[in-house]
Design a binder for this molecule. Structure first.
Ligand code: SF4
Length: 422
C-alpha cells in the first residue's frame, strides 16, 4: 500500500512540528521529506525548512511548536546543525530530536543541548510515534532510551517523500544541467568498509524501499520536472539483482527518463552480464568508489576486492558505453609519498585521467566520530587532535602532509566528501 502525504486538516491537527535539513549534499532533502509524509499521515501539522537554500526566521517560526526534528545525513550537516541549535535555543525550549546517520555517531555532542535527543537509527515510524506521544502528553523518552543505534531500521516504515512544500527540484543538484530527482531504492549497505559512515551506521544491514513507494516517488519527481534520476543509494547492488528489476518496471511508465547510480567495482564484475541492460534502460553514469590503487589500502579498509577488479570494472563499463565517475581517498595513512605523486600514472593506465576532477585527487581519509577505523591501533597512533566531530590525523611522512596542504590550500571541506552519502 502506498502511503502518501496527506495535509493535516487545521481542525484535526495534533502536534505542530518543524522539520529541518541543513545539508543533504545539494539534493532535495529526503531526510525530512519522508518524515513529513509520515507525520502528516498521522494528522500532525508539519513545516519543512531546507536551510541549505531557505532562510529561517527564528523569532517568528519557533512559536507554538510541539516538536522539532533535524536530519543530519552527511558530515557537512553536523556543524551547521550545531550552530542552528544554538540559535534555536535562544527562542524555544521545544523538544528537539536529531536523527539520520551522523546524528547517531554524535550522541555526546547533541546531548549537551537542553531537551535535545538523538534518535537510535531510522526515523519515520519513530518520529511519528514520538509526535503521537507528545500529543497525548505521554513519556516519549521511553521510546528511545536504551536503544542501540540503528534499532529502528527493521521496524521502520517507508513513505513516499513529501516534496510538496520544499523548494522546487530545479533549485537542487542537477545532473549535467538536467533537473534531477533524487530517489532512494533502499537504506543501508550490505558491506562493511571500515572508513564508511553507511557501514558505521547500518553495520551491513539493508532495507529495500517498497516498489510502490519508489514508483510513486518517480512519478512525483517526473511531474515536478525531473528529466534525470539519481538513485542516491550508497550501493545499488546491495539489494542484488532486485534493483534492475525495479528500474525495468519504472521504465515501462517513464521511458524517457535516464539515470545514474552508485555501484561497487566488484559488483560490476559480478553482474557483468546485466550491465548492458542498465545501458539499454538509460543508465548514463555509474559512480564507483575506487579508494586507492594499492592492495594494502583496499585491505586496510576492508574493501574486499583487488586492484585487478578495478581494471575489470572499468573495462566492462567502457564496453557498455556507460560513463564512470570514480571516487578516491588519495590521502590516506597506507600510501607513500611516491605513490601519491604517481597517482596520475594509474589514472592514465586505467583510462580514467580525464574522468577525475582535481577535488577527487585531494580527498583525505575522514576519521569522523563513530568511524570503525578508530578501533584500529595503527590509526589510533596517527591521531593528533580531537575535534568536536572528527579526529585529525597525520601521515607518518611529513612530505605527504606538505603535498596535501599544498594541494588543498588548507580547505577543510576537501577531506569530507568521498561518496554520495559522505
Ligand atoms: S564504502 Fe560503499 S560498499 Fe563500502 S560500506 Fe560504504 S557504502 Fe557500502
Amino acid at each position: 500500500m502506498v502511503v502518501v502525504a496527506t495535509k493535516a486538516k487545521e481542525e484535526n491537527v495534533l502536534a505542530n512540528i518543524l522539520l529541518v535539513s541543513l545539508d543533504e549534499n545539494s539534493y532535495q532533502p529526503l531526510g525530512i521529506a519522508c518524515v513529513s509524509s509520515a507525520l502528516k499521515g498521522g494528522w500532525h501539522a508539519v513545516k519543512m525548512i531546507d536551510g541549505s537554500i531557505q532562510s529561517f526566521n527564528f523569532k517568528e517560526e519557533c512559536k507554538n511548536l510541539n516538536l522539532i526534528a533535524i536530519s543530519i545525513p552527511v558530515f557537512g550537516a553536523l556543524w551547521k546543525t550545531m550552530s542552528f541549535i544554538r540559535e534555536l535555543r535562544l527562542y524555544t525550549d521545544t523538544p528537539l530530536f536529531v536523527y539520520n546517520q551522523y546524528a547517531s555517531f554524535n550522541q555526546t555532542l547533541f546531548k549537551k543541548f537542553p531537551k535535545c535527543y538523538v534518535l537510535p537509527g531510522d526515523y519515520e515510524t519513530l518520529l511519528l510515534k514520538i509526535a503521537d506521544y507528545i500529543d497525548k502528553k505521554e513519556d516519549y523518552l521511553r521510546l528511545i532510551e536504551n536503544k542501540m543505534p540503528n534499532a529502528w531500521l527493521k521496524e521502520n516504515t517507508f513513505f513516499v517523500p513529501d516534496r510538496s512544500n520544499l523548494p522546487p527540484l530545479r533549485s537542487y543538484e542537477k545532473f549535467r544541467s538536467k533537473i534531477t530527482g533524487n530517489v532512494e531504492l533502499m537504506r543501508g549497505c550490505a558491506h562493511k568498509c571500515t572508513y564508511c559512515s553507511v557501514a558505521a551506521c547500518y553495520n551491513g544491514q539493508t532495507k529495500s524501499t517498497p516498489i510502490d513507494i519508489i514508483a510513486a516517488d518517480i512519478a512525483q519527481v517526473y511531474a515536478l520536472g525531473a528529466k534525470h534520476i539519481t538513485f542516491v543509494d550508497a550501493d545499488h547492488f546491495s539489494i542484488g539483482a532486485k534493483g534492475l528489476k525495479i528500474i525495468e518496471d519504472l521504465k515501462r511508465t517513464h521511458s524517457d527518463l535516464v539515470f545514474d547510480l552508485t555501484v561497487r567495482a566488484d559488483d560490476i564484475v559480478k553482474y557483468a552480464n546485466t550491465i548492458s541492460n542498465y545501458k539499454n534502460l538509460g543508465c548514463i553514469e555509474m559512480t564507483v568508489a575506487m579508494e586507492f590503487p594499492k592492495e594494502e589500502v583496499l585491505a586496510a579498509i576492508n574493501k574486499k576486492m583487488k586492484i585487478d577488479t578495478l581494471y575489470k570494472a572499468v573495462n566492462i563499463l567502457n564496453k557498455n558505453d556507460i560513463d564512470i565517475r570514480p571516487t578516491f581517498i588519495v590521502f590516506n595513512p597506507w600510501v607513500t609519498y611516491e605513490e601519491i605523486v604517481g597517482f596520475d600514472d594509474f589514472l592514465k593506465k586505467i583510462g580514467l585521467l580525464n574522468c577525475v576532477d582535481e577535488l577527487q585527487k585531494q580527498t583525505r581519509l575522514l576519521l569522523f566520530k563513530g568511524s570503525p577505523l578508530l578501533m584500529q591501533e595503527d590509526i589510533k597512533q596517527l591521531i593528533t587532535k580531537e575535534h568536536e566531530t572528527y579526529y585529525e590525523w597525520l601521515h607518518p611522512d611529513p612530505r605527504v602532509e606538505e603535498l596535501y596542504y599544498g594541494k588543498t590550500k588548507n580547505n577543510d571541506m576537501t577531506r569530507v566528501k568521498c561518496c554520495i552519502k559522505g
